[in-house]
Design a protein around this ligand. Structure first.
Ligand code: NAP
Ligand code: BLA
Length: 336
């Protein structure tokens, strides 16, 4: 890959050389998208358990690298996709940028907003791409909201609730406090959807409850309830729950304006104005990692715009971390 001014390069003879950290759902979707694009050359992968790394390498005809440290030290790599557990995102992103690689990381960029801010600054200093994936923004519901928001007048209240029952809950990373992180940080898209639509947040109030597993640091369920007051006086509530205390899963988003209401129940959208109820067409949640991957390649190679800036992800992370502080202290947190 040939470099011009910043990271924008011209696709000429050689494709972008890429490595992936992780072998799970996101990593598979990345590998499939990259292997079906001739502008990309996926050359290495590293994982956690040797069995799953081996299986991944066989499926995608790749050679395994034994650690992420080894992966990012490969001189031929241009770009690293970080698709592993949340706890490790920050350390890998920082080290990859320091090794002069472009970086794509699944949200959250880090569990710690201070570390995330340093990484964003490092990418700027290095003149390297740092893309924090936020597939919720390119998904059907968000696109529909953007399209219809002007139809409901001044928005004063929004509510977003996602509940995912899981039974039984295995001892996996996403039910481990340190590896997964605070619920709203791990599920950062819940905050980011709202900050993307409604801007700055003034105060945050949050209650979180965990149902602990017998093994230290693991839980079998959590519930996180957060109230955000935006600078423009809009009030929003986020409810996030998962695990074995829940019996009914749902994903509801409602936005109330003085001229109408937008409702989304899963992928079923409705615009309500007076007695009028208009169904809203919503595109499927499938294919978003592929779309994100394509946007990244087109940005790197053709200088086409990305759909999200790292600063926007960082802001959502600060709000999510303020929710953590509120939950820990029992106090409302004021956010600058
Ligand atoms: P996943 O399918 O559970 O994959 C997790 C990956 O991390 C696997 O490679 C797994 O390897 C490895 N891993 C598990 N425990 C580990 C540990 N203790 N130490 C080091 N590595 C460990 O998860 P995923 O859905 O792909 O999520 C990956 C990242 O993408 C997360 O940050 C998530 O927030 C983000 N993300 C996912 C989605 C989505 O739709 N899935 C959407 C947005 C963002 P083994 O299997 O070998 O243990
Ligand atoms: C988000 N999905 C996520 C995240 C994880 C998962 C860890 C990031 C954290 C979060 O925001 O909650 C994991 N999602 C899963 C798993 C399943 C699932 C294990 O649906 C099991 C079926 N993600 C998928 C699949 C789809 C998917 C199969 O794994 C779609 C069919 C979509 N996941 C998806 C989207 C997001 C997400 C669009 C962004 C979150 C949002 O929309 O707010």
């Amino acid at each position: 890959m040939r470099q011009t001014n910043t990271w924008v390069s011209t696709y000429t003879d050689s494709p972008v050389n890429i490595g992936i950290v992780g072998t799970g759902y996101a990593a598979k979707k990345r590998a499939e998208a990259l292997q079906s694009d001739e502008r990309a050359h996926l050359i290495s992968v590293t994982g956690n358990s040797p069995e799953r790394l081996d299986e991944f390498c066989q499926t995608y005809a790749l050679s395994a690298t034994s650690s992420w440290q080894e992966l990012i030290s490969q001189p031929e790599l241009d770009l690293v996709f970080i698709c592993t557990v949340n706890r490790d995102h920050g350390a890998i992103a920082r080290a990859a940028l320091e090794a002069d690689k472009h970086v794509v990381v699944e949200y959250p960029l880090s569990l710690d907003p201070q570390e995330a801010a340093e990484i964003v600054a490092l990418a700027e200093t290095k003149g390297k791409l740092l893309h924090v994936e936020h597939i919720e923004l390119i998904g059907g519901v968000h696109q529909a909201i953007r399209h219809y928001l002007a139809e409901i007048g001044n928005v004063f209240y929004a509510r977003y609730a996602t509940i995912s029952p899981q039974r039984p809950v295995s001892r996996r990373w996403s039910y481990h406090r340190q590896t997964w992180g605070f619920p709203l940080v791990a599920a950062l898209s819940r905050v980011h959807r709202l900050t993307d639509l409604f801007g700055r947040v003034a105060t945050i109030n949050c209650q979180t409850r965990y149902w602990d597993a017998p093994e230290a640091d693991y839980f079998t369920a959590c519930l996180c309830n957060t109230q955000l007051c935006f600078a423009n006086k809009l009030v929003a509530e986020i409810t996030y729950g998962k695990g074995d205390v829940f019996w009914q899963g749902y994903r509801h988003l409602e936005i109330h304006g003085d001229g109408g209401t937008l409702l989304f129940e899963g992928e079923k959208g409705t615009l309500i104005r007076g007695d009028e109820k208009t169904p809203i067409e919503v595109a499927s949640r499938r294919g978003l990692f592929a779309k994100d991957t394509q946007i990244v390649l087109e940005h790197l190679l053709e200088n086409k715009p990305l759909y999200v800036e790292p600063h926007a992800s960082l802001y959502a992370l600060e709000v999510a971390d303020a929710a953590r502080q509120s939950a820990e202290t029992g106090q409302k947190v004021r956010h600058a």
